[in-house]
Structure formats: C-alpha cells, structure tokens
Unconditional design. Structure first.
Lengths: 751, 173
C-alpha cells in the first residue's frame, strides 16, 4: 500500500466527510427513488465518487481509490444511459461507504477494498463497464495520469497537492520531492487559504477571543453603572448650585455645563460600546457555528453498522435543514445521538419478519429532525419500531426498587418514561453489542444536561415507535441568565429554564409526604427547595415572606427559594476549571460585573433531584430542606470609644453574630429594654453609666438577670478584675492584651 | 616629584583602585543552586514553591463555592480572565496550625492554572545544595508533596505531586 501523506490527511478528512455524506444521500435517494430525477441523482453520485477518488489518490489511500473507481465506473454507465441503478448495486455502494470511512480513519482495509471494488464491478454488470478496471496493476494500485483530472472538478486536496508540487518545482528544482514537502505544504496551505473561501482556525484561538468578548460585557456593565452614578452626582450638584448666589454660582454653573457636555459624550460612547460589544459577541458566536448536518455521515455510519450487526434493514432519514450549532454543542451531541440511534436499532426496530407480521414495511426507519423553537434547538430522534413498553418499565422499576408501587401507580406516562434515564435501567433481558447494558440513556441525559439541555420521550404520530426529543441551546458561549442570591453565593439561572419568580408567604409552604410543597394559582403542586441549602450554605434567618423562582426542565419544575433576585443579564459563560470535570447542579460559570464569579445552575439536574429518578442527584446535593434555623445570636457592644466599638463589632459580625452598639452604659441600658440580645460586651470606664454600673443593673433586673456579660477594659489590675467579678461579669478581658480570638472564644463559651 | 611623575603615580593608584572594585565578591567557590522558590507561609509553616511553576501571587479574590465540592477544594475564582479552582493548602497538606489565607498563589497545573491559598509570601530565595537537609529523603516526610527541606525548615513543595492529588478532581457522574 502506498505511504499515506500525513500532512495532507487532515485536509482530506475535512473534505471527505462532507463528500461522503453527499454521496450517501444520493445513493439512498436513488434506492428509495420513485423515478423522479434519477439522472440528476446519478450524475451527482458520479461526481462525488469521482472527487473522492481524486482526493484519495492525492493522499495515497489506494483502497479508497480502488472502491471509488469502481463506483465511478459503474455510475458512469447509468449516467450515460439516464438509467436507474439496480437496488442490489446501490446496497453494495452504500455498504462501501462504511469501508471508505474506516480507511479514512486509518484502518487497514486493503484486501477488503479490492474485493468490494470487484463486487461493485460485477454486481448487475452492464455493458462497457470494464475498461478502467483493467488499468489496475498487479498490486491493486490504480495509476492515473494527473493531467486527466479536470481542474474545475479537483477537490481541495488535489488543488493543495498540485500547488505544493508546483511550488516545490519552482523553489527547489533539484530537491527530492519528499524532502521539500514539509514547508512547501505549509506555503501551499497558506496560498490555498488565500484563494479558498474558508480559513482553518484553531478552536482554542476562537475560545480565547470569545472569553475576551465576555470581559467586554463585564466592562460595559461596569461603565454603564459608573455613568449612571455620574449622572446622579451631577444632578445633585445642580441642585446644590441652585441654592447658591453670586459669582460663585455662575462659575459653578459654567463648570457644570462642561460636565454635562462630557456626560452626554460619555453616554454616546457608552451606547456605541454596548452596540459594538453585542456585535462582536454575535460575530464570535457565529464564527463557531457549524451545520448540524456535519454529523450526518457519522449518523449514517452508526445506523448502517448497527443494522448490519443486528441483521436488520433500516434506513435513516435526516431532516435537519440548515440549522447550525456551536462547535462545542455539536461535539457534545455526538455521543447522545449515537446512543439513541443504537438504541433505536437494538430496542426499537423489529426484525423484518416481525415487521411484516405487524403489517409494517420490511425496512425499518429512523428519522432525525431538527427545528428552532424560540431560543432553543429541538432535535427529535424517532423510529417506527415497537415503542416503549410501559408494563416492562413498571416491572423493571419495581425490580430495581427505583420507586415504590404506590408512587408508581400514580405516575403519568411521561413520568414513567423518565425512569428509562436512570443509570443501569434496561428492559432487555440480554445484553448485546449494541445495547442492553443499561449504560445508554442515562448518558444521553447527562450529555444533554452538560450542554444546558434536556431529553424527554414524546409521542410522535408520524412515527409509531419511540421518539426522543432533545432540547438545547444552540450555543454555550453565552446565556441570558437571572442572577439570584442564595446566602453568600450569587448564581445565574438560565432564563430559558425560568417560568416565573414571585414572593410567597412562608405559611403557604406546606409539608406534603415529607417534602415542602406549594400550590400555585394554576392548581399544580410545586415542590419547594431552598437554594442556599442545596449549595451547602448555612441557614438564614427565617422569614415570613420568601422569594421563589420557579425553575423548569423537560416539563418538570420546582420552586427554588432564594434570598434575592438581583437581575437579568447576558453573560459569556466560562467552562469550569480543568479539574472540575462534572459538578452536579452546575453547568458553568460567569464573571459578574464586580469581577466575582457566579455559578450557572444546571436546571435539569436540580429539577431531577426532586423526582423519583433523581436519587443520585439528590444525594449529591446538600438538600438540607430548610434546616431548623440555627438562630443568629445577637450581641450588644457598649463602649464610649468609637474605635473600640467598631473593632469589636467587626470582629463579631465577621464571626456571624448580629451586633448592636451603644456609646455608653446609659444608652446600653435603654437598648436592652428595646431590643432583645443574647450577650453584652461592655467597656468599664464610660460616661453617664460605667460598665460596672451597667452590670449591676443587669444582674438586679428580673428579666435580664441571667444575661451573659463580658467586660472589656484597659484596667488590668487585680482589683479591677475582682470588681468585675463582684458585679457578676462572666468574663473579663483586658484591652492591652486584646486578642480577637479571646473575645470570640469568650462569646462562644457563653452563648 | 615632577608633574609627570605625579601623573604616573595618580594613574597607577587609580588603576589599582579599579582592579580592587572589579574583583568578585565571593571567594570563587561555586555553590550549586538547586531550587529557586517563592517562600510562603501557610498555617504557621514555611514552604517553598518552585518559581517556574508559579505564575503569580495575588490577594485572594472572592471565592464562589460549588455544591457538593468539599475540602481541600474551596471553590473557584477569576484571575486575569481565567477561572481556576482554589485549593485550601492547609487542608491539602493536613496542617494543623491556624490559617490566615489572605493570598492566592497561582500555579500552572497539568491542564490549567490552580490557586493555592497561602497566608502570605515571605520572599524569593535561591536554595543551594549545601542548604538542604541531607537526611530528609530518609526521614518520614509529612507528605509526599514535599520533595526537599532546607536546614532552616523551608519545605520545598513538589507541585506536580501536589496538583496530581486525586482529591482535586471532581466528577459527579
């Protein structure tokens, strides 16, 4: 076999994927043809085979050359006669595409290729088909004079190779062609790129450019906020100046006028900046978009090979139009759709005998369709097979103890079907090469969730069997998200997953079957979760009114209690760092305008944590279910020194206490009667009422007598300490030796 | 002394002084530098982080926590346009002392940057071969992430081993 030119192989692989798909489409159309446009399809198939042959020869893939030559040869006859190729020949040719794909992938298919080339040559043999085949030499290598190629029909690979050869001849006429191929290929590639309609760009460069676009968004938001502050500031200045008189006022008014003009220019620049940021972001997203049809060759190969393994006859109908997806999304879809296709072949489509017995066509059909619904892309993978067996699903669910019988009886069909996505679930009694090990559909769901989407099983009247609906965003590079605060964390919830947000009375949340639930105005009960608890935050103070965000995913929904809704914004999403391969409940992160990081919630994961099938997700998240509030303790700090008061307040607040301050003993005493506190920290030497006097009053008061009390003072003598003890102080801390740890330890000991 | 003799005398003196100033400070013994490290404090202990593995040391930015992700991982931060995980160094090395963790040492990890929480940075230092505790390799190392120890108890971290700790990988399948 000729040595494959590795340098050109990359270009060849890019080119051949599309050509193979186009050839497959033509051949399958011819096979299903009702006679319309046969000549056109045969001609198109001939040209695709011809291009493939030329490109394969350039990279030295002789097996592919052999097979495509046979195809080209046979198709030329039918083209000339405007005749329909026989189905058996078309089946051979379609089968040959799999071998070509394997050869392109690097498999050694030499002998098989020759046999296949021969079988195509003889299958339904007509007249005048053999001439070109005789030009194969004894090694099976076809030699062709390069000048035979029509330049107009040359593939990119051929053009690149020809350009390389001519540049080598000009630059190094004495050099060996192999030695000159490295740098010349690069030059040829560059030259080729200058004349071609596309440029190959490293995806990482695009990612890097996109991340900088994200920084632009943040910068724009900061500038917009700053501009508004300038506007407010100048408004206040105008008001202040109006109260003045005389020359000073005139002077200031002149300055303000200049400031107003600057603000107006700033506003214009800000608008322009925002517009350009949007444009750049849109352009960058567009650069990364690729047609969904790029996956077509892979899908056809999967169905072909799976059908061959299962000894079934199945056709694949692809109706995805011109829909484009971001490269990252496209890459992420490969595995989920592969699993669905294999599932359709293994589970869905019956054998030919079964199908005939059921009055169906012998050949099973799998269809992939796609459409845009609002901001989402919906892809449906369906088959006309036997569909899902509800009884088997129920039986397996009980056998695997996924859900108890009572709950199972109350499940709607859509809820029941969701059980098939549980890891390990399968209704097949025996595993085979294709399916039955229970590994497939949970991978589909996981894969979709990682893309910010989800999967559900729907009823499709056009297809009798099972149809899986995948819903996902076309791009992961940016999202429109609602920022919410949960405890200390700020998180972004994709707007596409939000039904609404509302404020509810805490008393409206009921306990139903051990879970918190709320009945909304549409009558549907809604499970309620505390987002802060799910994120592992400590419980907040109980509140009478709660802020609830209703989150949806694949027709399921939950209510998330949050501390605050911050606002809605477009974000450029960032992938989680390299070591965080998968974090349950999180699909990415965004950078907020203040430079802090907010995580992007995986709504599907959160919603599934509340379903019967979400046991693993639920175990993963810290679903604390509004822990009995560890009430926040409050401390009264009494000190006439502002510095001491501030220091002690900061220390205690940082440790999680609520702090109230008073500037002397008298104020402290009044505060104690108005506001309940858990502990008093007081200085000793103060005007109006000293710390010792305050302590005495506290101990003498029936209601306050047991109040924990710490005296913090600069008086460190033994007498002073004793005085403190006499009035009933629980702890005595000397300021000279003050250590925040000492204060915190003392507070912790007492409350 | 004639003017010419004086001039020659001054010239010789200046040459002598120049020669003295040009003389090397050390006594000519070459000391092998085995590590160039940033010396940092963590939980009361002193560590050396290889300079070639260290990008920078910054004030610790606000850390975003992640659900179901536990120590030694603290969360993620954003530094100069990049997201990175934050590692509690004291937890990772099982240190018992009290931490301040006000700064972040940004390291180049196997596949991207990682932030190690430190209390503060002390300085940069070249560690010579004769400064290393000779019997350290034979001693019971506190952690396999320490590859050498100086005589004044600066533990030189093996950042590759440190960042290869499986506890740093999160995969909630």
């Amino acid at each position: 076999m000729a040595i494959v030119d590795e340098t050109l192989l990359a270009v060849f692989r890019d080119e051949v994927a599309e050509t193979l798909d186009q050839l497959a489409t033509c051949l399958e159309s011819l096979k299903m043809s009702d006679g319309a446009d046969v000549a056109g399809q045969v001609d198109a198939a001939f040209r695709h085979a011809h291009n493939l042959k030329g490109a394969a020869r350039m990279v030295g893939l002789e097996p592919v050359v052999a097979v495509t030559h046979s195809m080209e040869d046979r198709l030329s006859v039918f083209r000339d006669e405007a005749a329909q190729p026989p189905p058996e020949l078309l089946t051979h040719m379609i089968g040959a595409l799999t071998l070509i794909e394997r050869a392109v992938d690097g498999d050694d298919v030499g002998d098989k290729a020759l046999r296949l080339a021969e079988s195509i040559r003889v299958e339904g043999h007509g007249d005048g088909a053999g001439t070109a085949i005789d030009e194969f030499d004894a090694t099976g290598t076809y030699t062709m004079d390069p000048d035979e190629s029509d330049p107009d029909e040359m593939s990119a690979t051929q053009l690149m190779k020809r350009s390389t050869a001519s540049e080598n001849a000009e630059a190094e006429p004495e050099a060996d062609s192999d030695a000159g191929s490295g740098p010349a290929v690069e030059n040829a590639a560059a030259g080729g790129a200058a004349t071609a309609a596309s440029v190959r760009v490293d995806v990482q460069r695009l990612d890097s450019a996109m991340q900088h676009t994200g920084e632009l968004f943040s910068t724009h938001t900061r500038q917009a906020n700053r501009h508004q502050r300038y506007v407010d500031l100048f408004a206040h200045l105008h008001e202040a100046v109006r109260t003045l008189n005389g020359d000073g006022r005139k002077q200031l008014e002149g300055l303000l006028k200049t400031g107003d003009a600057l603000i107006a220019q700033d506003r214009q620049d800000l608008h322009r900046f925002g517009y350009l940021t949007d444009e750049i972001s849109t352009a960058m997203k567009r650069v990364r978009m690729l047609p969904l049809t790029n996956l077509g060759p892979t899908w056809r190969r999967i169905v072909r090979e799976s059908a061959q393994d299962a000894r079934k006859s199945i056709t694949l109908d692809v109706q995805v139009g011109a829909i484009e997806l971001d490269k990252q999304v496209l890459d992420g879809l490969r595995d989920p759709i592969m699993h669905l296709l294999r599932n359709a072949v293994a589970h869905g489509i019956e054998s030919a005998d079964e199908r005939i017995g059921a009055g169906k066509p012998k050949d099973g059909q799998v269809r992939i369709s796609a459409a845009v619904h609002g901001a989402r892309v919906v892809i449906e993978v369906g088959d006309d097979g036997r569909g899902l067996d509800s009884e088997k699903i129920r039986a397996k669910a009980l056998e695997n103890e996924l859900v108890d019988a009572g709950r199972l009886a109350g499940m709607s069909p859509s809820e029941l079907y969701q059980l098939v996505f549980v890891p390990g679930f399968t209704t097949m009694t025996e595993a085979n090469q294709l399916a039955g090990r229970g590994v497939g559909l949970d991978v589909v769901q996981l894969g979709l969730r990682q893309l910010g989407g989800d999967v559900e099983i729907v009823e499709d009247r056009a297809m009798d069997g099972a149809t899986f609906r995948l819903t996902l965003p076309p791009s992961l590079m940016s999202i429109r998200g609602l920022l919410v605060r949960a405890g200390k964390s700020v998180v972004a919830v994709p707007v596409d997953n939000i039904e609404r947000s509302l404020r509810i009375a805490r008393s409206d949340v009921e306990q139903v079957a051990g879970e918190h639930a709320l009945r909304l105005d549409d009558g549907e009960p809604l499970k309620v979760r505390w987002l802060g608890a799910m994120l592992g935050q400590s419980a907040e103070k109980p509140a009478d009114v709660l802020t609830l965000v209703v989150v949806t995913s694949a027709k399921s929904r939950i209510g998330l209690v949050v501390s605050e809704v911050v606002g809605e914004q477009e974000f450029v999403t960032k992938r989680l760092p390299w070591n965080l391969e998968r974090v349950g409940g999180v699909s990415g992160a965004v950078v907020l305008e203040d430079g802090t990081v907010g995580v992007v919630l995986d709504a599907g994961y959160l919603v599934s944590a509340s379903t019967a099938a979400g046991a693993r997700a639920r175990a993963r998240l810290a679903v604390a279910e509004e822990q009995p509030a560890t009430a926040v303790r409050s401390v009264l700090v009494v000190d006439d020194s502002l510095t001491s008061r501030t220091l002690e307040r900061n220390i205690l607040e940082a440790a999680g206490y609520d702090v109230i301050t008073a500037k002397d003993g008298e104020e402290g005493w009044e505060t104690l009667h108005k506001t309940p506190v858990d502990l008093v920290v007081s200085d000793v030497e103060m005007p109006r009422c000293t710390g010792l006097e305050l302590a005495a009053r506290i101990r003498a008061n029936e209601a306050l007598g047991d109040m924990p009390l710490i005296l913090v003072t600069s008086l460190g003598s033994e007498d002073a300490v004793a005085a403190g003890a006499r009035v009933g102080a629980d702890e005595y801390i000397v300021k000279g030796k003050f250590d925040q740890r000492q204060l915190l330890d003392a507070v912790a000991r007492l409350i | 002394m004639t003017d010419d003799e004086l001039e020659l005398d001054v010239h010789a003196l200046l040459e002598q002084r120049a020669a003295q100033l040009a003389r090397k400070v050390d006594d000519g013994i070459d000391r092998e530098v085995v590590y160039e490290v940033a010396v940092v404090q963590v939980a009361g202990e002193t560590f050396g982080i290889a300079a070639d593995a260290l990008r920078e040391i910054v004030i610790k930015p606000p850390v975003a926590e992640l659900p179901g992700v536990s120590s030694p991982l603290c969360g993620i931060v954003h530094v100069r346009g990049e997201l990175m995980s934050v590692i509690g160094t004291a937890d990772l090395l099982n240190l018992q002392g009290e931490c301040d963790e006000q700064q972040l040492a940004v390291l180049d990890g196997p596949e991207g940057p990682v932030g190690l929480l430190i209390d503060h940075v002390i300085g940069v230092r070249r560690v010579h071969a004769d400064e290393l505790a000779p019997s350290f390799a034979n001693q019971d190392a506190r952690t396999h992430a320490v590859k050498a120890m100086t005589n004044d108890f600066v533990a030189i971290l093996d950042t590759a081993t440190l960042l290869g700790d499986p506890r740093l990988i999160v995969n909630h399948a």
